[in-house]
Design a protein around this ligand. Structure first.
Ligand code: 13P
Ligand code: SF4
Length: 351
C-alpha cells in the first residue's frame, strides 16, 4: 500500500513538472466523471456542454482531454488551426456512442426520407463524429442533457417528425417533459427494418434503441423506492439517461450541471438532511466529500463508467511525455468536419 502511494506520488509530481514546463502551451480538460487521481491535475472541469463551450476560447497549442472519445472528437472539431487535442486512452469510447454506427444511422435516415416524410435527426452529443456528420447532412442538430428539451422543441418545428439518437431514455424523458404522448413515440431497430410500419409512419418521435449501461441497467426503480422508504421526505435526483421508470419515481432529473447545482443549493440552504443522486459514482463521491459537513449525499447506486475509468494518472503522464511526438492525438477526418460542425453549430445557435 505504502509502495503504491509512493509510486502514485511520483506520477503526480512528473505530471505537475510537465504542466509547469509547458505553461501556457498546455491546458488539461476533464469531465466530472473522471477519478480524483486525474481531476487533481485538470485545469478546467465541466460537463460535456461546458467543456465544448470552453474550447473556442482556449489559446494553448496542446489540449489534453480527460474524458471519452466523442468528447475529445468534439473538442478537435472546435479547436483552432494549429491546436492539437489529445486523449490519454483512445479505448475510452462511450458505450452508448458505440450503439449508433454512422452507416446504420445513414441507412435509417435514407429509408425514412424515401418514405416521403421529413424526419429531422437530433443526436445526443454522446455520439461519434461520423454520426454527427450524418445528422448535419440531414439538416439535424446535436443536443446535450442540459439542452435536450429546447433542442427537441426546435427539431419538432423543422419537419414532420424527429429521430432522436442514440439514447432512447433521454429521448423518452425529454418527450414526456414536453407532453409528447407515449403513443406518438416509437423505438425503431438500428437495422432499418420495419420502418414502413404503421407505428413508425404515425409517430412524432422515433427513438434509436441505444442507452447508457451505467444509468440504464445499474439504476433501478426499486432503488428509488428503497431510498424514499429509508429517508422519508428526502429527495432523489437523477441524470435523464436513467429509464423513464426511474425518472418518474424521482423528485428531479437533469444534466450533470443540474445535479451539481441542486446538491450545492441543498447544502447551502441546509433544510434537507439527505439527498440521493443517481449518476456516475466518481461525481457523486466528490460531492459527498465536498458537502459532507452540510448534507448527507447518498449515491443511488455504485455505478462507475468503465470507459471514463480508462483515463488514469499514468496514461495522462504518458500523453504529456509524448506530446511532441503526437502520442494520443485525436485526428478528425477532414470530410466529416463541415457537416459535423453544422450539427454542433445548430445546437450552439438554438439554445
Ligand atoms: P453530461 O452531458 O451531463 O456531461 O453527461 C455526459 C455523459 O456521458 C453522461 O453519462
Ligand atoms: Fe457513455 Fe454512459 Fe459512460 Fe456517459 S456514463 S460516458 S453515457 S457509457
Amino acid at each position: 500500500m505504502e509502495h503504491r502511494q509512493v509510486a502514485a506520488g511520483g506520477v503526480d509530481a512528473r505530471i505537475e513538472a510537465l504542466k509547469k514546463q509547458y505553461g501556457k502551451d498546455l491546458v488539461i480538460l476533464g469531465h466530472h466523471y473522471q477519478s480524483d487521481d486525474v481531476i487533481r491535475h485538470v485545469d478546467i472541469v465541466g460537463d460535456s456542454l461546458e467543456l465544448a463551450r470552453r474550447i473556442p476560447d482556449i489559446e494553448a497549442r496542446n489540449i489534453v482531454f480527460c474524458g471519452v472519445y466523442f468528447m475529445a472528437e468534439s473538442a478537435g472539431l472546435l479547436a483552432r488551426p494549429g491546436q492539437k487535442v489529445f486523449l490519454p486512452d483512445h479505448g475510452a469510447d462511450c458505450a452508448m456512442a458505440r450503439m449508433a454506427r454512422a452507416e446504420d444511422v445513414q441507412n435509417v435516415l435514407e429509408k425514412l426520407a424515401a418514405a416521403g416524410r421529413k424526419i429531422v435527426p437530433l443526436a445526443y452529443v454522446n455520439s461519434s463524429l461520423a454520426v454527427k456528420a450524418v445528422v448535419g447532412r440531414f439538416g439535424g442538430a446535436v443536443c446535450t442533457s442540459s439542452n435536450a428539451r429546447p433542442m427537441l422543441e426546435w427539431a419538432m418545428k423543422q419537419g414532420d417528425a424527429v429521430l432522436f439518437l442514440p439514447d432512447r431514455n433521454l429521448g423518452r424523458n425529454t418527450a414526456r417533459a414536453l407532453g409528447i404522448p407515449a403513443e406518438k413515440q416509437v423505438i425503431i431497430g438500428a437495422d432499418g427494418k420495419g420502418l414502413d410500419s404503421e407505428d413508425v409512419r404515425g409517430a412524432d418521435l422515433l427513438l434509436w434503441p441505444g442507452c447508457c449501461p451505467v444509468h440504464d441497467s445499474l439504476m433501478k426503480p426499486d432503488m428509488v423506492d428503497a431510498f424514499h422508504a429509508h429517508f422519508p421526505g428526502c429527495r432523489v435526483i437523477v441524470h435523464p439517461e436513467c429509464t423513464p421508470e426511474v425518472v418518474q419515481r424521482c423528485d428531479g432529473a437533469g444534466s450533470t450541471a443540474y445535479l451539481i447545482k441542486e446538491a450545492e443549493r441543498a447544502a447551502a440552504e441546509g433544510k434537507e438532511k439527505a439527498l440521493c443522486i443517481g449518476t456516475e459514482f466518481h461525481l457523486v463521491h466528490r460531492l459527498m466529500e465536498k458537502l459532507a459537513d452540510r448534507i448527507n449525499i447518498i449515491p443511488l447506486a455504485h455505478a462507475s463508467c468503465p470507459d471514463m475509468e480508462k483515463v488514469t494518472a499514468e496514461n495522462l503522464l504518458a500523453t504529456l511525455e509524448g506530446l511532441e511526438q503526437g502520442r494520443g492525438a485525436v485526428d478528425v477526418e477532414e470530410s466529416l468536419k463541415a457537416p459535423a460542425r453544422d450539427s454542433l453549430v445548430r445546437m450552439l445557435e438554438n439554445c
